[in-house]
Design a protein around this ligand. Structure first.
Ligand SMILES: C[S@@+](CC[C@H](N)C(=O)[O-])C[C@H]1O[C@@H](n2cnc3c(N)ncnc32)[C@H](O)[C@@H]1O
Length: 261
């Protein structure tokens, strides 16, 4: 058992091929998780070190995956081409305008999709994630994307990543470093339909648990930002702060609460 985010996590790392042993060994040391050589169901999660990148698999009854973070996958490319326009709900919530390239702290990095979309829309994004496992997966995906012709420019100029707890990171931020926007997309409360549909989110929930400290994170974010805080919520969920949002942008299953400063 390894403790991550104050939760006991049963996870091991396995190299998918012998030539990846050294890389898997380094990660095993970095994450303080056991290195195993053969497939086993002994651990709830398995981080697979493959030639294509790091993949996460959940074993047991709820067995899911493996999933890999990719900024160059056909699904992501499709989302950028077709959903990456300025009319989409996320872009409207962020308040994107032509010629404005806001700085954004994406304080709940997760699988990096929203942060990457925001970078594709022209924002300068600093993504934060506190889960050590997701952090190495994000770093791995960013490294791969930095070598792809399609994404290299976005990664090197507009997307930065730090493994950190956002509450502590924001608390220590100097006023001159306050971003224009702070974006939050905490793990939805359990059993909402939207959180159950996608296998990626189900694995993520198993790995990180519920984000129960989001109200405090939102309160902190409101004191560390220049223009607005945007928080993604299930469509019918109550607002998370004692403050009412300035406005809301509601989609099919989710909603963006926008707090203008
Ligand atoms: C629902 S996921 C975010 C999904 C992400 N927007 C995406 O597009 O892939 C929520 C993530 O926020 C992370 N998180 C929650 N609170 C955090 C905090 N205080 N600091 C850093 N990461 C946090 C969780 O570990 C989890 O990975």
């Amino acid at each position: 058992m390894v403790t991550h985010n104050n939760r006991s996590l049963s996870i091991a790392i396995r190299p998918a091929a012998t030539e990846l042993y050294d890389k898997a060994m380094d990660l095993s040391t970095k994450l303080s998780i056991p290195l195993i050589q053969r497939e086993t169901k002994e651990y709830e999660f398995l981080l697979i070190c493959s030639a294509d990148g790091l993949a996460l698999q959940q074993n047991g009854k709820k067995g899911l995956g493996p999933i890999m973070i990719s900024f160059t996958s056909p699904a992501m490319t499709y989302r950028i081409k077709h959903g990456g326009d300025r009319k989409q709900a996320l872009a409207r919530a962020i308040g994107l305008k032509k010629g404005w390239q806001p700085t954004v702290i994406d304080a709940t990095g997760g699988l990096g999709r929203d942060g990457f979309i925001l970078a594709c829309l022209g924002c300068r994004v600093h993504m934060l994630e506190r889960s050590p496992v997701l952090a190495v997966m994000l770093e791995d995906a960013l490294q791969r994307a930095s070598q792809s012709e399609f994404t290299a420019e976005i990664i090197s100029n507009r997307l930065q990543f730090t493994h950190a707890d956002s509450s502590i990171f924001l608390q220590n931020l100097l006023p001159e470093d306050f971003p224009d926007i702070i974006y939050l997309d905490p793990m939805y409360p359990k059993r909402t339909k939207s959180s159950l549909v996608k296998k990626e989110m189900r694995i993520l929930r198993g790995l990180t648990g519920d984000d129960q400290d989001t109200a405090a994170l939102l309160d902190m974010a409101l004191t560390r930002v220049r223009n607005r805080v945007v928080i993604k919520r299930p469509r019918l969920a109550p607002v998370l702060s004692s403050l009412m949002p300035s406005h809301q942008i509601t989609g099919k299953s989710s909603r963006f609460d926008v707090y203008l400063i």
